[in-house]
Design a protein around this ligand. Sequence first.
Ligand code: NDP
Length: 336
Amino acid sequence: IKRIVLASRPLAEPTPENFRIEDVELQEAEEGDVTVRVLYLSLDPYMRGRMSEAKSYAAPVPVDGIMEGETICEVVRSRHNDFAPGDIVRGRTGWCTGAVISGDMMRKVETHGAPITTAVGVLGMPGFTAWSGLKFIGKPKKGETVAVAAASGPVGSMVGQLAKLVGARAVGIAGGPDKCAFVKDELGFDAVVDHRSRDFASDLHAAAPNGIDIYFENVGGHVWDAVFPLLNQFARVPVCGLVAQYNGHDTSDADRLPAMMSAILRRSLLVRGFIQSEFAADHFNDFLDEIGPRVAAGEIRYREDIVDGLESAPEAFIGMLNGKNFGKLIVKVDGV
Ligand code: NDP
């Protein structure tokens, strides 16, 4: 099989040299293992964190270790009672074309009839992130304004559409005219603002004339700067991701912190970070039952950006951290 390992740790933006593709033999399957061929690899912003040594909520990938990631696979051989050859499953095999892995670590793909790729996107971890962050922290109500950046991506697109379903006003923030058109016309957000525009801050103000009640934080950086003055009293800020800062840019927060703390106090803001896994064990199935049929029926829309071949993964991943992806980024892996 082929696999991609972390060759060295990036200092700022990752480069292709930080990755290495290798040929390795599959290990022997033991009792309880399944042998899978990988069909799709999900690329997600959190992987940038795993490339660094810094302590986070999960251990870093060791140098020369396989890059972490979730894949959709087909079972080829099974020594686990719950799985049979031909089953479509998902699990954390990492960036590779095939694996021998404990069946206990895998889950059958269930998409209510939607394509299997949705199991790592709109009906997988990113969709659940949006759903749980809104349900347990943001709690949007009818008539409130919900703003979210990376609005064409798998998390942001779901945030805006769920906000619309409860009767809130959805304001998207995205990079460039194509993504903005998609967010407004295809996803049905009430308004969209291009964060690359020179007039971004005033455009955002115009798009949220009554201020912002829920800001679902996906990016940080200059987007947060523009959002912050618009937060209403009792606004809620689920802090989900800070992708603008993952490569080490755009982090002058130290200067701004006193003013921010003061506003958090004066405006009674709720700022609450979360990692979706804190809610997943108890609520993932509820999410799937509620959202799966809506996705399958075309009521909730999504977009996928599928690139071909495991060897394309590093470049596609590097691009995602700069907004080059348009929709949920997935690598089609013709695993063996
Ligand atoms: P996306 O597919 O939306 O990809 C990231 C997007 O971020 C880019 O396409 C780009 O969109 C935007 N972006 C990148 N750099 C900047 C920048 N400097 N300024 C503004 N926008 C930028 O990603 P996901 O939907 O998978 O993830 C969205 C966020 O959610 C990420 O921060 C991720 O880490 C986080 N997350 C958190 C989880 C949790 O449990 N807390 C779980 C899953 C995701 P554009 O071109 O429109 O700006």
